[in-house]
Design a protein around this ligand. Structure first.
Ligand code: PMP
Length: 304
Protein backbone atom coordinates (compact mmCIF):
# COMPACT_ATOMS: atom_id res chain seq x y z
CA UNK A 1 0.00 0.00 0.00
CA UNK A 2 1.13 3.49 -0.77
CA UNK A 3 2.02 5.14 2.55
CA UNK A 4 -0.55 7.85 3.19
CA UNK A 5 0.26 11.46 3.86
CA UNK A 6 -2.26 13.90 5.26
CA UNK A 7 -3.36 16.06 2.34
CA UNK A 8 -3.70 15.90 -1.44
CA UNK A 9 -3.97 19.03 -3.57
CA UNK A 10 -7.02 18.76 -5.83
CA UNK A 11 -8.05 21.47 -8.26
CA UNK A 12 -6.58 24.25 -6.15
CA UNK A 13 -7.61 23.05 -2.67
CA UNK A 14 -6.19 20.67 -0.09
CA UNK A 15 -8.38 17.70 0.75
CA UNK A 16 -7.77 14.87 3.20
CA UNK A 17 -5.95 11.89 1.66
CA UNK A 18 -9.02 9.63 1.98
CA UNK A 19 -11.31 12.22 0.40
CA UNK A 20 -9.29 12.68 -2.81
CA UNK A 21 -11.85 10.83 -4.95
CA UNK A 22 -13.29 10.97 -8.47
CA UNK A 23 -16.44 9.64 -10.15
CA UNK A 24 -16.21 6.17 -11.70
CA UNK A 25 -17.15 7.71 -15.07
CA UNK A 26 -14.11 9.99 -15.00
CA UNK A 27 -13.14 10.17 -18.67
CA UNK A 28 -9.42 9.43 -18.17
CA UNK A 29 -10.20 6.23 -16.30
CA UNK A 30 -11.88 4.85 -19.43
CA UNK A 31 -9.78 6.27 -22.26
CA UNK A 32 -6.33 6.71 -20.71
CA UNK A 33 -5.73 10.38 -21.48
CA UNK A 34 -4.06 11.85 -18.43
CA UNK A 35 -0.65 13.50 -18.30
CA UNK A 36 1.46 13.21 -15.22
CA UNK A 37 4.87 13.61 -13.66
CA UNK A 38 7.06 11.70 -11.26
CA UNK A 39 9.31 13.97 -9.23
CA UNK A 40 11.47 13.41 -6.17
CA UNK A 41 12.15 15.58 -3.17
CA UNK A 42 15.27 14.74 -1.16
CA UNK A 43 16.27 15.55 2.38
CA UNK A 44 19.26 17.89 2.48
CA UNK A 45 21.10 19.80 5.22
CA UNK A 46 19.19 22.93 4.19
CA UNK A 47 15.81 21.18 4.30
CA UNK A 48 13.80 19.30 1.67
CA UNK A 49 14.81 20.03 -1.93
CA UNK A 50 12.93 19.06 -5.09
CA UNK A 51 15.15 17.84 -7.91
CA UNK A 52 14.69 19.78 -11.19
CA UNK A 53 11.17 20.87 -10.33
CA UNK A 54 10.97 23.53 -13.04
CA UNK A 55 11.90 20.96 -15.72
CA UNK A 56 9.27 18.53 -14.49
CA UNK A 57 6.52 21.16 -14.42
CA UNK A 58 7.57 22.28 -17.88
CA UNK A 59 7.36 18.68 -19.17
CA UNK A 60 3.88 18.32 -17.63
CA UNK A 61 2.70 21.36 -19.57
CA UNK A 62 4.37 20.15 -22.78
CA UNK A 63 2.66 16.76 -22.37
CA UNK A 64 -0.68 18.58 -22.05
CA UNK A 65 0.14 20.73 -25.07
CA UNK A 66 0.71 17.67 -27.27
CA UNK A 67 -2.82 16.50 -26.45
CA UNK A 68 -4.34 20.01 -26.54
CA UNK A 69 -5.34 19.69 -22.88
CA UNK A 70 -5.79 23.11 -21.33
CA UNK A 71 -4.52 23.00 -17.76
CA UNK A 72 -6.59 25.47 -15.73
CA UNK A 73 -3.52 26.66 -13.78
CA UNK A 74 -0.28 28.36 -14.78
CA UNK A 75 3.11 26.66 -14.60
CA UNK A 76 4.00 28.96 -11.72
CA UNK A 77 0.84 27.98 -9.83
CA UNK A 78 1.58 24.26 -10.20
CA UNK A 79 5.21 24.84 -9.23
CA UNK A 80 4.08 26.60 -6.02
CA UNK A 81 1.31 24.05 -5.36
CA UNK A 82 3.85 21.20 -5.43
CA UNK A 83 6.06 22.92 -2.87
CA UNK A 84 3.02 23.75 -0.73
CA UNK A 85 1.87 20.10 -0.83
CA UNK A 86 5.25 19.04 0.54
CA UNK A 87 5.10 21.72 3.25
CA UNK A 88 1.56 20.91 4.46
CA UNK A 89 2.41 17.22 4.67
CA UNK A 90 5.56 18.00 6.70
CA UNK A 91 7.57 15.44 4.79
CA UNK A 92 11.27 15.90 4.04
CA UNK A 93 11.79 13.32 1.34
CA UNK A 94 9.10 12.06 -0.98
CA UNK A 95 7.92 11.09 -4.42
CA UNK A 96 5.62 13.69 -5.99
CA UNK A 97 2.84 12.79 -8.42
CA UNK A 98 1.06 15.62 -10.20
CA UNK A 99 -1.61 14.41 -12.62
CA UNK A 100 -3.79 16.26 -15.10
CA UNK A 101 -6.85 14.31 -16.17
CA UNK A 102 -10.11 14.58 -18.08
CA UNK A 103 -12.89 14.60 -15.55
CA UNK A 104 -16.51 13.48 -15.38
CA UNK A 105 -18.95 14.79 -17.97
CA UNK A 106 -19.49 13.28 -21.38
CA UNK A 107 -18.50 9.74 -22.35
CA UNK A 108 -17.10 8.63 -25.73
CA UNK A 109 -13.54 8.93 -27.02
CA UNK A 110 -13.66 12.64 -27.78
CA UNK A 111 -13.01 14.52 -24.54
CA UNK A 112 -15.51 17.27 -25.52
CA UNK A 113 -15.94 19.87 -22.79
CA UNK A 114 -15.20 17.66 -19.82
CA UNK A 115 -13.43 19.48 -16.99
CA UNK A 116 -9.64 19.24 -16.89
CA UNK A 117 -8.70 18.35 -13.32
CA UNK A 118 -5.36 18.49 -11.55
CA UNK A 119 -4.18 16.64 -8.46
CA UNK A 120 -0.86 16.53 -6.61
CA UNK A 121 -0.01 13.79 -4.13
CA UNK A 122 3.21 13.15 -2.21
CA UNK A 123 4.33 10.10 -0.33
CA UNK A 124 7.39 8.36 0.92
CA UNK A 125 8.82 6.03 -1.74
CA UNK A 126 12.15 4.25 -1.33
CA UNK A 127 14.27 2.66 -4.04
CA UNK A 128 11.89 1.75 -6.91
CA UNK A 129 13.89 -1.29 -8.00
CA UNK A 130 15.06 -2.14 -4.49
CA UNK A 131 17.98 -1.00 -2.31
CA UNK A 132 19.90 -4.12 -3.33
CA UNK A 133 19.24 -3.25 -6.99
CA UNK A 134 20.89 0.14 -6.50
CA UNK A 135 23.99 -1.53 -5.03
CA UNK A 136 24.32 -4.76 -6.95
CA UNK A 137 22.30 -4.28 -10.10
CA UNK A 138 19.15 -5.90 -11.45
CA UNK A 139 18.25 -8.64 -13.92
CA UNK A 140 16.52 -7.50 -17.08
CA UNK A 141 14.54 -9.21 -19.84
CA UNK A 142 14.18 -7.96 -23.40
CA UNK A 143 10.44 -7.66 -23.81
CA UNK A 144 8.50 -9.50 -26.49
CA UNK A 145 6.39 -6.33 -26.60
CA UNK A 146 7.84 -3.36 -28.45
CA UNK A 147 7.62 0.36 -27.76
CA UNK A 148 4.88 1.91 -29.83
CA UNK A 149 5.76 3.60 -33.12
CA UNK A 150 6.76 7.26 -32.76
CA UNK A 151 3.55 8.24 -34.50
CA UNK A 152 1.46 6.13 -32.13
CA UNK A 153 3.10 7.27 -28.93
CA UNK A 154 3.91 10.94 -28.84
CA UNK A 155 6.83 9.96 -26.65
CA UNK A 156 7.67 13.54 -25.59
CA UNK A 157 4.52 13.30 -23.54
CA UNK A 158 4.21 11.41 -20.28
CA UNK A 159 0.74 10.00 -20.71
CA UNK A 160 -1.12 7.49 -18.54
CA UNK A 161 -2.32 5.35 -21.48
CA UNK A 162 1.24 4.69 -22.67
CA UNK A 163 1.89 2.74 -19.51
CA UNK A 164 -0.35 -0.10 -20.72
CA UNK A 165 2.52 -0.97 -23.09
CA UNK A 166 4.95 -0.66 -20.16
CA UNK A 167 2.77 -2.89 -18.01
CA UNK A 168 2.67 -5.64 -20.65
CA UNK A 169 6.46 -5.59 -20.63
CA UNK A 170 6.79 -5.42 -16.85
CA UNK A 171 4.25 -8.20 -16.20
CA UNK A 172 6.05 -10.43 -18.70
CA UNK A 173 9.48 -9.70 -17.19
CA UNK A 174 8.31 -10.38 -13.62
CA UNK A 175 6.46 -13.56 -14.64
CA UNK A 176 9.72 -14.82 -16.21
CA UNK A 177 11.61 -14.14 -12.97
CA UNK A 178 13.33 -10.88 -13.98
CA UNK A 179 13.27 -7.51 -12.20
CA UNK A 180 12.58 -5.22 -15.14
CA UNK A 181 11.98 -5.15 -18.89
CA UNK A 182 13.84 -3.40 -21.66
CA UNK A 183 11.78 -2.68 -24.77
CA UNK A 184 13.00 -2.47 -28.35
CA UNK A 185 11.68 0.11 -30.81
CA UNK A 186 9.76 -0.65 -34.02
CA UNK A 187 13.05 -1.04 -35.90
CA UNK A 188 14.51 -3.44 -33.36
CA UNK A 189 16.91 -1.07 -31.61
CA UNK A 190 17.03 -0.75 -27.83
CA UNK A 191 14.52 1.85 -26.67
CA UNK A 192 14.02 2.08 -22.88
CA UNK A 193 12.76 0.30 -19.78
CA UNK A 194 9.12 0.19 -18.69
CA UNK A 195 9.68 3.38 -16.72
CA UNK A 196 13.36 4.20 -17.25
CA UNK A 197 15.85 5.33 -19.86
CA UNK A 198 18.86 3.12 -20.52
CA UNK A 199 22.62 3.69 -20.77
CA UNK A 200 25.48 1.36 -21.66
CA UNK A 201 29.24 1.73 -21.25
CA UNK A 202 31.58 0.25 -23.85
CA UNK A 203 35.35 0.89 -23.91
CA UNK A 204 34.89 3.82 -21.53
CA UNK A 205 32.26 5.55 -23.70
CA UNK A 206 28.77 6.13 -22.36
CA UNK A 207 25.94 5.57 -24.82
CA UNK A 208 22.24 6.21 -24.53
CA UNK A 209 19.27 5.95 -26.86
CA UNK A 210 18.65 9.14 -28.89
CA UNK A 211 15.39 11.01 -28.33
CA UNK A 212 13.21 9.07 -30.74
CA UNK A 213 10.93 6.45 -29.24
CA UNK A 214 11.73 7.32 -25.63
CA UNK A 215 10.58 9.69 -22.94
CA UNK A 216 12.90 12.69 -22.69
CA UNK A 217 14.00 11.69 -19.21
CA UNK A 218 15.16 14.36 -16.81
CA UNK A 219 17.45 11.89 -15.02
CA UNK A 220 18.83 10.93 -18.45
CA UNK A 221 19.62 14.57 -19.12
CA UNK A 222 21.18 14.95 -15.66
CA UNK A 223 23.37 11.87 -16.20
CA UNK A 224 24.57 13.18 -19.58
CA UNK A 225 25.59 16.46 -17.90
CA UNK A 226 27.22 14.73 -14.92
CA UNK A 227 29.15 12.31 -17.14
CA UNK A 228 30.46 15.10 -19.37
CA UNK A 229 31.50 17.05 -16.25
CA UNK A 230 33.38 13.94 -15.11
CA UNK A 231 35.21 13.89 -18.45
CA UNK A 232 33.37 10.82 -19.75
CA UNK A 233 32.55 10.79 -23.47
CA UNK A 234 28.79 10.55 -24.05
CA UNK A 235 27.08 9.51 -27.27
CA UNK A 236 23.36 9.65 -27.97
CA UNK A 237 23.10 6.98 -30.63
CA UNK A 238 21.08 3.89 -31.39
CA UNK A 239 22.41 0.54 -30.24
CA UNK A 240 21.26 -3.01 -30.72
CA UNK A 241 20.26 -5.67 -28.25
CA UNK A 242 23.51 -7.57 -28.81
CA UNK A 243 25.54 -4.45 -28.09
CA UNK A 244 23.72 -4.31 -24.77
CA UNK A 245 24.71 -7.98 -24.20
CA UNK A 246 28.41 -7.21 -24.75
CA UNK A 247 28.48 -3.86 -22.95
CA UNK A 248 30.95 -3.47 -20.08
CA UNK A 249 28.31 -1.79 -17.91
CA UNK A 250 24.66 -0.86 -18.24
CA UNK A 251 22.19 1.06 -16.10
CA UNK A 252 18.67 2.46 -16.03
CA UNK A 253 17.83 6.04 -15.13
CA UNK A 254 14.56 7.54 -13.93
CA UNK A 255 13.09 9.62 -11.17
CA UNK A 256 11.73 6.53 -9.43
CA UNK A 257 14.58 4.17 -10.43
CA UNK A 258 17.27 6.87 -9.91
CA UNK A 259 20.42 5.19 -11.25
CA UNK A 260 19.99 1.43 -11.12
CA UNK A 261 22.79 -0.79 -12.47
CA UNK A 262 21.88 -3.70 -14.76
CA UNK A 263 23.86 -6.86 -14.02
CA UNK A 264 22.21 -9.30 -16.41
CA UNK A 265 20.14 -9.18 -19.60
CA UNK A 266 18.35 -12.27 -20.95
CA UNK A 267 20.70 -14.60 -19.06
CA UNK A 268 23.87 -12.81 -20.26
CA UNK A 269 26.04 -11.32 -17.52
CA UNK A 270 26.84 -7.65 -18.11
CA UNK A 271 30.52 -6.87 -17.47
CA UNK A 272 31.60 -8.33 -14.14
CA UNK A 273 27.99 -9.03 -13.12
CA UNK A 274 27.80 -6.23 -10.59
CA UNK A 275 27.73 -2.43 -10.56
CA UNK A 276 30.46 -1.20 -12.91
CA UNK A 277 33.04 1.48 -11.96
CA UNK A 278 31.71 4.20 -14.30
CA UNK A 279 28.14 3.51 -13.19
CA UNK A 280 29.28 3.77 -9.57
CA UNK A 281 31.10 7.04 -10.15
CA UNK A 282 28.07 8.64 -11.84
CA UNK A 283 25.65 7.17 -9.32
CA UNK A 284 27.68 8.48 -6.37
CA UNK A 285 27.84 12.00 -7.78
CA UNK A 286 24.11 11.87 -8.64
CA UNK A 287 23.17 10.98 -5.05
CA UNK A 288 25.52 13.63 -3.66
CA UNK A 289 23.88 16.20 -5.96
CA UNK A 290 20.28 15.31 -5.08
CA UNK A 291 21.18 15.26 -1.40
CA UNK A 292 22.46 18.83 -1.72
CA UNK A 293 26.15 18.04 -1.15
CA UNK A 294 27.55 19.53 -4.37
CA UNK A 295 27.17 23.31 -4.63
CA UNK A 296 27.98 23.31 -8.35
CA UNK A 297 24.63 21.64 -9.04
CA UNK A 298 22.51 23.59 -6.55
CA UNK A 299 20.65 25.19 -9.45
CA UNK A 300 18.96 21.78 -9.94
CA UNK A 301 17.45 21.94 -6.45
CA UNK A 302 14.39 23.84 -5.36
CA UNK A 303 14.34 24.17 -1.62
CA UNK A 304 10.86 23.73 -0.15
N1 PMP B 1 11.01 6.46 -19.72
C1 PMP B 1 9.80 6.18 -19.22
C2 PMP B 1 8.86 5.38 -20.02
C3 PMP B 1 9.44 6.65 -17.94
O1 PMP B 1 8.24 6.37 -17.42
C4 PMP B 1 10.38 7.39 -17.19
C5 PMP B 1 10.02 7.86 -15.81
N2 PMP B 1 9.38 9.10 -15.84
C6 PMP B 1 11.63 7.66 -17.76
C7 PMP B 1 11.91 7.17 -19.03
C8 PMP B 1 12.65 8.47 -17.04
O2 PMP B 1 12.26 9.81 -16.96
P1 PMP B 1 12.70 10.75 -15.77
O3 PMP B 1 14.15 10.59 -15.62
O4 PMP B 1 12.31 12.12 -16.20
O5 PMP B 1 11.95 10.31 -14.57
Amino acid sequence: MVPKTEKIWMDGKFVNWDDAKVHVLTHSLHYGLAVFEGIRCYKTEKGPAVFRLKDHVERLFKSAHIFTLKIPFTEQEIFEAIKETIRVNKIDSCYIRPIVFVGYGNMGVYPKNNPIQVAIAVWNWGAYLGEEGLQKGIRVKTSSFIRNHVNSNMSRGKVAGYYVNSQLAKIEAISCGFDEAVLLDTEGYVSEGSGENIFIVRKGILKTTPLTSILEGITRDSVITIAKDLGIEVREERFTRDELYISDEAFFTGTAAEITPIREVDGRTIGSGSRGPITEEIQKLFFDIVNGKVSKYHHWLDFV
